[in-house]
Each structure stands twice: as structure tokens, then as C-alpha cells.
Design a protein around this ligand. Structure first.
Ligand code: NAD
Ligand code: DAU
Length: 339
């Protein structure tokens, strides 16, 4: 099988490419990535010389390039991770989110129809469901929860999901969609909460907590997201949506305190900063469909995944120090210091 993975130089795509290259030596994995600020080929070091792996640089929204690539490679399966993924950046500059997340997806869908792709899988997010109130712990997102987005990022992801569903119904493209909760784990870009806490705490820098820190996220180790997608592309029902999550809800403040404690760093590093505009209160996934239909089970809980992740950041300082010493420093200053 030839599998085209887009966005494979990013956090989740990079973990997925490594997982697939090692697990299925008989499959060909092509990693297509534009190498934006979030793409990093250092993430793929362990697989770059494997015979079943190939990297191609390119933009999923570049129609001519994508059509040429599909003509040449004729992939059996497409797994689309490529996206602008950071909510805060979408609030500052929504346009690139429309271009990559919506136009990029429709370009891949057109090519998939034209070249008869056997499975198109869209990696989506629980953020398309909006948020849940803090005082209703009995409520969870199911696949039937209406789309009700808050940020430019989640709106662009929801638009992409609707196009995927339209291409299934209208053109008969064999599609699946997964909607996962917040991931954490190795190779996570330090603009996101957990790697930001780890990298800044290790340097004894302040940890910015938005608003009161009471917002809840439902955390899943990236390895468990990868196993879910693998199951869905092989055994998932065409035309269906699958929620992915492991029931690991934590307030942001709990997350910050857990990581600081594990690193033996003081809570005095916590600094409350202006809240994110439109900040979603609570995400919580009901993964019953994935568990019952496909037998998926997460390997990690938050309590086992966090120490593993911290250890990875301690063992791989060079990977993240290269990032935070570069252009990212200016972003951080603009986001938190100049405001
Ligand atoms: P990321 O920002 O770490 O990686 C995105 C990758 O896409 C980067 O390598 C980047 O270079 C590439 N890319 C961006 N624009 C591109 C373009 N136009 N053409 C080709 N490549 C391009 O993101 P991530 O956190 O790994 O998320 C991957 C996917 O999973 C996204 O679609 C995101 O919406 C979804 N998702 C993320 C999470 C999470 O917690 N991080 C949870 C659920 C779903
Ligand atoms: O739920 C899935 C989504 O999770 C994905 O679709 C997104 O691509 C991914 O970025 C992530 O979105 P979040 O906005 O939830 O993740 P982030 O790490 O940016 O923030 C997590 C929570 O922590 C959120 O409530 C905002 C808060 N936060 C974040 C940062 C970066 C802080 O309090 N301080 C910070 O410095």
C-alpha cells in the first residue's frame, strides 16, 4: 500500500510517520510537508534512511503541484494532517488558516477523486464541536454533537470536515474523519501548553496561564492518536466520523502544577496573563464508537504519559532548544511580553 501522509514533519504527523514506517515495512510512506515554522525534519531522523520512507516538500494548497504528485505517485491512501494548528495564531492572522486548512483540504480531495484514492482520511479535532460548560461534567462530545466553532482555527477545521463529507456524498470518495482531543508527547512544538511549560520551567522562566486557568482540556498521548488513525484507515467505515480521546480531563492549572511538580520547579513560576479571546471552557470526548466498533484502547493515561513526555524533553534538549532559540523567540515576545 502507498500511503501519502501530509504534515508529517509536524508534531502528530511526525509521530504517525515514524509509527507507520516502523510498523509496516511493506507499505510505502510518502511524507508531504511544506515545512512551515511548525515543520521540522529533525523529527524524522530515525526513519529518513528507511527504504519505505520518502519526503517531498510542497504545499497542499498548490493545485498544480498536488495534481502532479498524485499523477506520479498514485497513492492508495491519503492521511491529511497538514494544517495551521495553533489557535492563538489563528486569532492574530486567520487568512492562512483558510488557505491551508480549507483550500488545502479541498485540493487534496480533488486530487483524491481524480486519481481514485481508496481511502481519504481527514485528521480533525474536537474543537469543531465548540465547548462544554464547566458545571455539566455529565456532558461529552459525541460524533452527533453539532459543529459549533469558536476560533478561526476551529472554523477552518470544521469547514474542511464539511467538504470531506460532501466529497463522500457527492463524488463517492471513500472518506473517514477522526476528531481527537488535545495531544501531548514527544516532538510537540513549544508554543503549545505542555511543551511550553516543560521548556520554560527547565529554564526557570515564567509560565503564562490564560485567564483563571480553570479551562479544561482532555489530554491524549500522541501514540494513542496514531494507533487510532491506523485502525480507522484500515477498519473504519467509509463516510464515518470517529471521536478519539482517553478521558483525561484536567484544568490548565492542574496541568501546569503537575508538570512543575514533576520537574521539581516552584509554582511561583505561574503568571496569570490576559485570557485568550473566545477561549473555549471545556473539551471532553466520548470515544465509545471507536472503542466498540474498532476495539481501540489507549495505552497511556495522563499519569503515565506525562512522565514519559517529560523524560523525552530531558533526553532531547537539542530538538527543542533549536526551536526556541530561533524565530519562535520573537513570536513568544510578541504574544506575551509586548502586550
Ligand atoms: P503541527 O502544527 O505540529 O504540524 C502541522 C504540519 O503541517 C507542519 O509540519 C507544517 O509544516 C505542515 N503544513 C502546514 N501548512 C502546510 C501546507 N500548506 N502544506 C503542507 N504542509 C503544511 O500540527 P499538529 O499539532 O501535529 O496537528 C496535526 C493535525 O492534527 C492538524 O490537522 C490538527 O488540526 C490536528 N489535531 C491536532 C491536535 C493537537 O492536539 N495538536 C488534536 C486534534 C487534531
Ligand atoms: O483539542 C484539540 C486541539 O488542541 C487541536 O485541535 C489544536 O491544534 C491544538 O493546538 C490544541 O488546541 P488548544 O488551544 O487546546 O491547545 P494549547 O496548547 O494552545 O492550549 C491548551 C490550553 O492551555 C488552552 O486552554 C489555552 C491554555 N494556554 C495555552 C498556552 C499556549 C495557557 O494557559 N497558556 C499558554 O501559554
Amino acid at each position: 500500500m502507498k500511503i501519502l501522509v501530509t504534515g508529517g514533519a509536524g508534531f502528530i504527523g511526525g509521530n504517525f510517520v515514524q509509527y507507520m514506517v516502523n510498523k509496516y515495512p511493506e507499505d510505502q510512506i510518502i511524507n508531504l510537508d511544506a515545512l512551515t515554522y511548525a515543520g521540522n525534519l529533525e523529527t524524522l531522523k530515525s526513519v529518513e534512511d528507511k527504504p519505505n520512507y520518502k519526503f517531498v516538500k510542497g504545499d497542499i494548497a498548490d493545485r498544480e503541484f498536488i495534481m502532479d504528485l498524485f499523477e506520479k505517485e498514485r497513492p492508495d491512501v491519503v492521511v491529511n494532517f497538514a494544517a495551521e494548528s495553533h489557535v492563538d495564531r489563528s486569532i492574530e492572522d486567520p487568512e492562512i488558516f483558510v488557505k491551508t486548512n480549507v483550500l488545502g483540504t479541498t485540493t487534496l480531495l480533488d486530487a483524491s477523486v481524480k486519481y481514485g484514492v481508496k481511502r481519504y482520511h481527514q485528521v480533525s479535532t474536537d474543537e469543531v464541536y465548540g465547548d462544554l460548560p464547566l458545571d455539566r461534567p455529565d456532558l461529552f462530545f459525541t460524533e452527533k454533537t453539532p459543529l459549533h466553532t469558536s476560533s478561526p482555527y476551529s472554523s477552518a477545521k470544521a469547514a474542511a470536515d464539511l467538504f470531506v463529507q460532501a466529497y463522500h456524498r457527492t463524488y463517492g470518495l471513500p472518506t473517514t474523519i477522526s476528531r481527537c482531543s488535545n495531544n501531548y508527547g514527544p516532538y510537540h512544538f513549544p508554543e503549545k501548553l505542555i511543551p511550553l511549560i516543560i521548556s520554560r520551567a527547565l529554564n526557570d522562566e515564567t509560565i503564562p496561564v490564560y485567564g483563571t486557568g480553570e479551562n479544561v482540556r482532555d489530554w491524549l498521548h500522541v501514540h494513542d492518536h496514531c494507533t487510532a488513525i491506523d485502525l480507522i484507515i484500515r477498519n473504519g467505515k467509509v463516510g464515518e466520523v470517529y471521536n478519539v480521546g482517553g478521558h483525561n480531563e484536567r484544568t490548565n492549572l492542574e496541568v501546569v502544577k503537575t508538570v512543575l511538580k514533576a520537574l521539581d520547579k516552584p509554582e511561583s513560576l505561574i503568571t496569570y496573563v490576559t485570557d485568550r479571546k473566545g477561549h473555549d471552557m471545556r473539551y471532553a470526548i466520548d470515544p465509545t464508537k471507536l472503542e466498540r466498533e474498532l476495539g481501540w484502547e489507549p495505552e497511556y493515561t495522563f499519569d503515565t504519559g506525562i512522565p514519559q513526555t517529560i523524560q523525552w524533553y530531558l533526553d532531547n534538549k537539542e530538538w527543542w532548544e533549536n526551536i526556541i532559540s530561533g524565530e519562535y523567540q520573537n513570536y513568544f515576545k510578541e504574544m506575551y511580553v509586548d502586550k
